[in-house]
Write a protein that binds this ligand. Structure first.
Ligand SMILES: C[S@@+](CC[C@H](N)C(=O)[O-])C[C@H]1O[C@@H](n2cnc3c(N)ncnc32)[C@H](O)[C@@H]1O
Length: 246
């Protein structure tokens, strides 16, 4: 391997996981860490009130967003919403969109539910589970106006790169689920992951430079995770692509 190759992002080996229940079109990516965390009493109470109204577990059932939100509107998903700081602020700034936050970490979702309840935010729904399953099983091709991925876990060690959420197969899946003209918005504070994301995003044939107006804002409030990155002086890379419009 020459010097340049050593620094170029390497695509993880693809382990096709065809199985008897159907063929997965992408290698199985487990991009999250298992984290436990108890809810506070206030969070639990808010959860008990809000979850039946706006929460659901990730499943194999296709998402009927129009029924779930009670209206037809541009649909945006946020993958790995954490504590939902950006989710809540962006939903308030974009009352015309339906926003689905996807997160595996229950205490993070609980904080978002509290925020939704406190500020009476009508256009957020939350899915608990693996966003890869949402993309694969719940979201129809060409159905998303936008996908947001803010500060995905960087998995910095080379042996863990296969756990990075944003890799070629995920870009292909996201691009397929976006409608023509739909937008993928990514932010990261990790320089090496930023390079990797940019290279693989640019290589996805269905994604291109966004040079048209989209109904989705790119104004992003500082997320909880980003706040920590700022404190240690990390540079933030913002990456935005549009799905080709045919
Ligand atoms: C570093 S945190 C960033 C959280 C938030 N976006 C922020 O900026 O504060 C990454 C989050 O993504 C979540 N995550 C990672 N992979 C995921 C997946 N496949 N499905 C759902 N959530 C995921 C993790 O649980 C974690 O909360």
């Amino acid at each position: 391997m020459n010097e340049a190759d050593q620094h170029a992002p390497q695509a993880p080996e693809t382990e096709r996981t065809d199985d008897s229940t159907g063929s997965r079109l992408h290698p199985r990516v487990t991009s999250f860490r298992s984290r436990r965390g108890a809810l506070t009493d206030a969070q639990q109470k808010s959860w008990d009130r809000q979850w039946p109204l706006i929460g659901a577990d990730v499943s194999d059932t296709p998402l009927d967003a129009t029924t779930w939100f009670g209206r037809d509107a541009p649909l945006i998903i946020e993958i790995g919403s954490g504590t939902g700081t950006a989710t809540a602020a962006m939903a308030k700034a974009e009352p015309h969109v339906n926003l689905v936050a996807i997160e595996v970490y229950r205490p993070g979702l609980a904080q978002l539910l509290q925020h939704v309840e406190r500020d009476e935010i009508p256009n957020i729904r939350v899915l608990r589970g693996d966003a890869m399953d949402v993309l694969e099983n719940m979201v129809a091709p060409g159905s998303l106006t936008g996908v947001r991925v803010f500060f995905p876990d960087p998995w910095p060690k080379a042996r863990h790169h296969k756990r990075r959420l944003l890799q070629p197969a995920t870009f292909a899946m996201i691009a397929d689920r976006l409608e023509p003209g739909g937008v993928l918005h990514v932010a990261t504070d990790h320089a090496d992951y930023a390079e990797w994301i940019e290279e693989f995003g640019n290589a996805e044939p269905l994604l291109t430079t966004l040079d048209w107006e989209s109904p989705m804002t790119h104004e992003r409030p500082v997320t909880k995770f980003e706040d920590k990155a700022h404190k240690v002086g990390s540079a933030i890379t913002e990456l935005i692509w549009g799905k080709i419009r045919e």
